[in-house]
Design a protein. Structure first.
Length: 202
């Protein structure tokens, strides 16, 4: 079989992911096909489909692990910590734990933000992580899941975190910390019952 681009034969999920992300960056997510990924990785089409059902599954390859890590980090925040501070620290912990994977993490976010939400499945994944922050806020405040103020705070916190991740992915910055700090400064909360300090300062 002809191997393109001089790449050694891929034998792991990670090698296929690396090949796919190179293509996402070079030609755009919508233009990439599974046969293209197989050729770039130096494997047959059947092999790439054995590992992944579609290219969106490749894009979100690490989501299961990082979702559970985010859930664990949220639960580990000290009692009494400001809700937003705790959520931001929990998210920052994911990047610091996987410092050797920052480049591919940035590329994942960049691909998500520069491609159509329908093709990447962005909103489904976004809702999953937003839901983790929502559960965290409700657990820490004891408020019902339907409480409007608590839900609004949870949504604002996650939106700010994702905004920081997006800015980080679209710049040459080596650390997400400054972007998280800027996003954290932009929100101030909305309701004293959920530990807020009076309104959104955007």
């Amino acid at each position: 079989m002809k191997r393109e681009r001089g790449r050694p034969r891929a034998t792991t999920h990670a090698a296929i992911v690396e090949a796919a992300f190179e293509l996402f960056r070079e030609v755009g997510f919508e233009s990439v096909t599974m046969p293209m990924i197989a050729a770039s990785a130096g494997i047959g089409r059947a092999t790439v489909f054995h590992y992944f059902s579609n290219k969106a599954e490749i894009l979100w390859y690490t989501q299961t692990d990082t979702t559970e890590e985010f859930r664990t980090n949220l639960a580990a925040q000290p009692a009494g910590v400001d809700l937003a501070d705790g959520a931001f620290a929990a998210y920052a912990g994911i990047w610091s734990t996987h410092a050797d994977e920052i480049a591919i993490g940035k590329e994942m976010v960049r691909t998500i933000e520069t491609s159509s939400p329908e093709s990447t499945g962005k909103w489904r994944a976004y809702e999953t992580w937003s839901g983790l922050v929502h559960d965290y806020v409700m657990a820490r405040t004891g408020l019902p899941a339907t409480d409007t103020a608590a839900r609004a705070v949870a949504m604002a916190i996650w939106a700010a975190i994702w905004s920081a991740a997006t800015e980080f992915a679209l710049t040459d910055s080596d650390s997400i910390d400054e972007h998280l700090a800027r996003a954290r400064a932009a929100i101030g909360g909305a309701d004293p019952r959920v530990g807020a300090r009076g309104g959104l300062a955007i």
